[in-house]
Design a protein around this ligand. Sequence first.
Ligand code: GDG
Length: 477
Amino acid sequence: MASSGAEFVVIANRLPVDRDVLADGTVAWRKSPGGLVTALEPVMKSQGGAWIGWHGAPDETLEPFDDDGLHLVPVPLSSQEVEEYYEGFSNATLWPLYHDVVAPPAFRREWWDSYVAVNRRFAERAAEEAAQGAVVWVQDYQLQLVPTMLRELRPDLRIGFFLHIPFPPTELFQQLPWRRQILEGLLGADLVGFQLPGAAQNFVRLVRQRVGHKTHRDMVYLPDGRGVLAKAYPISIDAQGFEDLARSERVTRRAAEIRASLGNPRKVLLGIDRLDYTKGLRQRIRAFGELVRDGSVDLDDAVFVQVATPSRERVDQYRILRDDIDRLVGRINGDVGKIGQQPVQYLHASYPREEMAALYRAADVMVVTPLRDGMNLVAKEYVACRYDDQGALVLSEFAGAAAELKQAYLVNPYDINGTKAALLQAMEAGERENGKRMKAMRKHVMEHDIERWARTFLQELSEVGSHDKNPRPASVS
Ligand code: GDG
């Protein structure tokens, strides 16, 4: 297909659609709400792009199909591969390792073998779909071997890679038995993108130390003369889309309804996260519980709403976390609650985007306190929804978003007393103070949206490697 294929190809673990089986048994595909597809859709449509990814059902092979102007290419995964490549190597090895080992990563050789086999399948599929000289953009930690596998099959392609999660410091990355293969896998790309400059630096340092290539600043020079650029492209959201939603009448009405059903407390605090041990839910809920227990926060005055979206429920550590949080919330509500008044309203569920926007508008204090997070889009979504320049954001220093949202109330989530102090400060700050902070954060988020992120990445991908732009310095170390 090389000569007639797609000029622009996205490869991601999942296709950007979910399957709905309608009442009459017919199948329909519904676009999943992520920002990535929103950002890439215009490019995909104008360039006749293809998206390669798993369709979400194991042991099923589907033919490529078109949906709403997108060409979708499903990659099959067996149940065993879902267990080993996805739940195993991706989510029980790489995910904890790349997030500061906040949970111990498991190293299993059969998981690695499966990761290699699945990455090869994605690369082969992309090699078939891409037109001569096409641009291919590989997404995230599940597919780090794809760039080199694809380059070996199709040296004519221009390949970009973007990592959505943190890239760990040398000391942690070294634990990985397959560290060299991962680095070499990524080096197949012309441009390797990260959320933060520190992650790009970690990568370049590791390549120098572990693979022995020459590097200079953000460039890696390979023995064959090719250059690889490693750089930060902080991801964002469809900021205007969120603002428009927040302004809509339905969302305005719903936000008021939410506050009323909480008993119109003076302050509503809100957390929205995938139920994941990197998100710092335990520490955050404990901090709020202590504030109520020690009388700093009055039960009549404030309520904490925590939405925890079900996630990776077949991975052991996620099951343990769910039980832990259930117990913790139960204990706090049991200890300090009163009839009809529970300090923590805990919802283990997933909601439509509109409901999310209503929650953002209903919340006086948004609490985003991950122990480590590549970016954290929830923080940016909250800011985009606060067109009234009100509301306060309590944000972990360890979320990538903290590098941009500097006017948030920044906290070290491991410091429970510090978190308690920041929650109180955010609750007690006046409209003027919060207005000033929110205005500054909104300016940044509205200007740096996902469309700009995608455009910048693709622009630099089209330029990297051209020798006048990245000349090899006379002496590189
Ligand atoms: C990874 C990185 C990086 C959540 N619950 C519901 C729902 N969500 C949406 C949010 C937000 C997204 O899911 C979560 O994004 P985050 O950035 O907060 O976190 P991860 O899922 O861990 O994402 C992260 C991101 O990739 C992008 O590069 O920022 O660091 O870990 O958009 O709104 N959406 C709906 N219902 C829910 O119940 N509709």
